[in-house]
Design a protein. Structure first.
Length: 287
């Protein structure tokens, strides 16, 4: 039984020993499709005893978080290392999968999330879009599973590709959930730890603008059928329905102020008048 079978609604964060002892643990930030976060620490068995002690101390500092220690090779269950680490939990998952193994792995999570009827078609689509990035593939599968439950198989098969996110947008999901969920501290932390590549800030700005548009439509037409709104606005109904979870945190006035501030930030960034990350931090302060 693998991690996806036991934790079908979990989001998996993957770390090395160095990540943990250097304080690079990302706390919180579940996306809208996950009920829990599990931190997976790779290759614990190969560490020296002193490094394992450092690792345990780093884990103990975050006792409220859920950790799983992972090893990508078979180990001797009679060894001291195995007995020692077993107390902390161990699973064999998230190895660097070859093509055939990756196909089997995707097949397993499709089955867990009731998408096995799509079989090879969906599997190949995911591999083409996201390569071997298992975290992204799993996140997309969860999103599609939620969509299937809402619209049924016939509608799903016609439109599921519209829900698959471009690769460059995937990293913005967590920030969007934190920002529009009014979780300021975690949104600030994401800016510190979650931006890895040049230009990531501009992707966040674009994602914020897109989400604000969805919320504005819902605020402007309360009680109107969402499918009809989505058709007129040219937005996929599923995306608009997901935006409803953020409505409790916004009024029309607050959204107008945020939208204007975001437009000003975008303009200032393009003119190199402000550093994008700093501007996003100021925007978080307004929510």
């Amino acid at each position: 039984e693998d991690l996806h079978t036991k934790h079908p609604d979990a989001r998996m964060q993957i770390y090395s020993y160095e990540d943990l002892v250097d304080g690079n643990l990302v706390i919180g930030g579940r996306d809208m499709f996950s009920k829990e976060t599990i931190h997976i620490v790779k290759h614990s068995f190969s560490l020296s005893k002193s490094k394992r002690e450092e690792l345990y101390s780093a884990m103990h500092a975050h006792a409220s978080e859920q950790f799983i220690l992972w090893e990508g090779k078979k180990v001797d269950k009679r060894s001291k290392e195995y007995k020692e680490i077993k107390k902390k939990g161990i699973e064999r998952e998230y190895s660097n999968l070859a093509n055939a193994q990756l196909k089997r792995w995707i097949g397993q999570i499709l089955k867990v999330h009731k998408l096995e009827s799509m079989g090879n078609i969906l599997r190949d689509e995911l591999m083409t879009r996201y390569g071997t990035n298992q975290w992204i593939i799993e996140s997309e599968v969860k999103k599609l599973s939620s969509y299937l439950k809402e619209v049924g198989p016939q509608e799903f098969e016609k439109n599921y590709k519209l829900l698959l996110s471009p690769m460059q947008e995937v990293n913005s999901w967590e920030f969007i959930d934190l920002f529009f969920g009014n979780q300021k501290n975690k949104a600030y932390e994401f800016l510190e730890r979650g931006l890895q590549n040049p230009g990531d800030e501009y992707i966040l700005i674009g994602s914020l603008a897109s989400q604000m548009r969805c919320i504005a439509i819902l605020l402007e037409y309360p009680g109107v059928n969402v499918d009809e709104l989505a058709r007129k606005a040219g937005i996929h109904p599923f995306r608009l329905k997901k935006s409803r979870s953020f409505l409790a945190h916004f009024t029309k006035k607050k959204l107008r102020l945020l939208s204007q501030s975001l437009a000003n930030l975008d303009y200032a960034c393009k003119r190199s008048e402000i550093e994008p990350r700093h501007g996003l931090g100021l925007l978080i302060a307004m929510i």
